[in-house]
Design a binder for this molecule. Structure first.
Ligand SMILES: Cc1cc2nc3c(=O)[nH]c(=O)nc-3n(C[C@H](O)[C@H](O)[C@H](O)COP(=O)(O)OP(=O)(O)OC[C@H]3O[C@@H](n4cnc5c(N)ncnc54)[C@H](O)[C@@H]3O)c2cc1C
Length: 313
């Protein structure tokens, strides 16, 4: 019996979420007296790196093709069978969101997504998961023998175990015949919003898309992703993929900076799990200040250039 962790590769490198997932997998394995097998599908990344984060063994599958959920899920299921894994851990990234349910279905496993805790194995196998856009938590008991856990990015620290993993190439192949969809128009050079540690977000207070350089410049200086409120994407100032909130994406960065956003309950639903929230608003009564850890009352057009200059320094 082992714990299998899908270690996601993007642009020839392991994602930070992959290290988090492997560290988490190692802690689960230690809890149940098992070993961790990490699965790396793709090219470029050094599988040996995963030993430091707790993997005992790394199975490596080299594919030139782009990710497709069906093909990757079949590979994860095949490796899970090969290594007798009863627990599979996947990070709840865009890729993981499409992979985890498929893997669970193939394995006949219980599935928990948005997992934010280590399992409690005292009475069954219970995990804590975020629900209702992070406004509440549910404790879910996974009753099937096989279990798939999709863990929320930025919820677990990466741990350095300083160990060396055994690297094995897998005989399982992901052939082009199993790839039915090819990725098109991939956005490169952008930090995925759900995985970003820092997010700079703009609202209607920025007046128009021509002022978004203020958001982008601060994001570039801080290595952050950009987001926006719903009206901003509804008015096509920004793409819908940046809209956070109840009807948009839920995020959990370490730092969320909201610029010219009122802080309506529907917006907060998607960002209130951020570790530190900074609100910049000219209205001292703006609701965001009640949810924020730090507030700057003032005109964004005066404050942002100063923040950008400070961040660049
Ligand atoms: C069913 C439903 C679902 C919804 N889902 C979402 C959702 O997922 N996400 C979401 O964001 N919204 C959502 N909304 C909309 C939400 O209720 C708010 O209307 C929206 O979040 C407001 O966006 P905003 O803060 O950008 O704009 P506004 O409410 O117009 O606020 C602009 C803010 O900018 C400030 N400001 C103005 N000028 C400046 C300046 N120069 N410098 C600094 N500050 C300035 C103002 O004081 C104000 O607080 C939803 C609404 C409904 C009914």
């Amino acid at each position: 019996m082992s714990v299998l962790v899908f270690a996601e590769i993007s642009d020839g490198k392991f994602k930070k979420a992959a290290y988090e997932a492997v560290s988490y997998g190692r802690q689960v394995a230690d809890l149940i007296g098992s070993k961790v097998v990490a699965l790396a599908i793709g090219q470029g990344a050094d599988p040996g790196e995963l030993g430091n984060y707790g993997a005992h063994t790394v199975k490596s599958i080299s594919v030139g093709e782009a990710f497709t959920a069906d093909a990757y899920a079949a590979a994860v299921n095949a490796i899970a069978n090969e290594v007798s894994a009863t627990i599979v851990i996947i990070s709840n990234t865009y890729t993981g969101k499409s992979l985890a349910p498929r893997v669970a279905q193939l394995m006949g496993a219980s599935l928990a997504t948005n997992v934010v805790s280590l399992p409690d194995t005292n009475n069954g196998f219970t995990v804590k998961r975020g629900v209702f856009s992070g406004k509440a938590f549910a404790y879910v008991n996974l009753s099937r023998n096989s279990k798939v856990l999709a863990i929320t990015p930025n919820s677990f620290e990466t741990k350095a175990f300083g160990e060396t993993a055994t690297i094995e190439s897998s005989s399982i192949s992901i052939g082009s015949s199993s790839i039915h969809i090819h990725a098109v128009n991939k956005v490169t050079g952008k930090i995925p919003l759900t995985e970003a540690e820092v997010v700079i977000s703009g609202g209607r207070g920025l007046k128009g898309p021509e002022n978004w350089h203020l958001i982008e410049d601060l994001a570039t200086a801080l290595g952050a992703a950009t987001a926006c409120s719903k009206p901003v994407s509804d008015m096509d100032w920004r793409p819908h993929s940046e809209h956070v909130g109840q009807t948009g994406i839920t995020i959990k960065p370490n730092l969320y900076i909201a610029v010219g956003i009122s802080g309506a309950i529907q917006h907060l639903a998607g960002v209130s799990s951020s570790k530190v929230i900074v609100a910049i608003n000219k209205d001292p009564e703006a609701p965001f200040f009640k949810a924020a850890d730090y507030g700057i009352v003032g005109d964004a057009f005066e404050i942002m250039p100063q923040l950008i200059a400070a961040a660049k320094n």
